[in-house]
Design a protein around this ligand. Structure first.
Ligand code: MN
Length: 233
């Protein structure tokens, strides 16, 4: 069962994260990818690729780089349920991964290899991302074991029209589903704002504090993301 480790680590009575009980979606649709900015004990970006009914997941401490000469460490972590791609909100402190989660980028991906399973076994997966922030050709390459014995991979941008020296994490810090900063996601649920704000670019926080109403535009109608309405005690 691919989600056993995911479920074992979490208490679904306490965390608002999805349990992964929803039916896997139909075949024939494009494969989803998501990058979730996660201010937990340490800030990192969770890079997730839909494959065979789950999200293969890597924690990328520094986030993706558009510069092909930069190799970003990507620690493989447990598979996540597909519904996790829509999760943005707060994981309560003290729980596994406690902190703030933002949907930093999402879209679809296509493998650049005929056999994804073989590529994963071999430890070199070439892929193309069709996101809002991340585009074009990338590669995940497995290296020898990283810290704490987890499988370590490198996430590298290929040289193409989307390669750039732009620090995309810094220039595009907001959620692609709610336009919020990390601090603005933490704010309504309270208590972790200061920690959360440390994950946002300081100039954006200064602007937000000066003029809180000029922050993320509020969307009308049904929220595009799952939100907890449970008060955290
Ligand atoms: Mn994470």
């Amino acid at each position: 069962m691919p989600l056993t480790e995911y479920r074992k680590k979490r208490r679904f009575a306490v965390t608002p994260e999805p349990s992964g009980d929803a039916r896997p979606r139909r075949r024939g649709r494009a494969l989803a990818f998501v990058v979730q900015k996660h201010r937990a004990t340490a800030l990192h970006y969770d890079f997730r690729l839909e494959w065979k009914g789950v999200l293969l997941s890597w924690a990328v401490p520094k986030g993706p780089s558009l510069d092909p000469s930069v190799k970003r460490l990507a620690m493989q972590v447990e598979d996540h349920p597909l519904e996790y791609a829509g999760f943005e909100g707060i994981i309560p402190e003290g729980e596994y991964g406690g902190g703030t989660v933002m949907v930093w980028d999402h879209g679809t991906w296509t493998p650049d290899v005929p056999d994804v399973d073989a590529a994963l076994r071999k430890g070199e997966l070439k892929l193309t991302l069709h996101g809002k922030k991340l585009h074009g050709s990338w590669v995940l390459v497995r290296t020898r074991g990283g810290p704490s014995g987890k499988p370590a991979w490198l996430l590298i941008k290929h040289r193409d029209a989307y390669a750039s020296g732009d620090d995309v994490a810094e220039t595009h810090p907001r959620s692609v589903v709610s336009r919020r900063l990390i601090a603005e996601i933490a704010w309504p649920e309270g208590r972790t704002v200061e920690k959360a704000a440390s994950a946002d670019p300081p100039d954006r926080i200064r602007r937000l504090v000066r003029n809180p109403r000029a922050g993320a535009p509020r969307k009308r109608g049904k929220p595009a993301v799952w939100r907890s309405n449970r008060a955290l005690s």
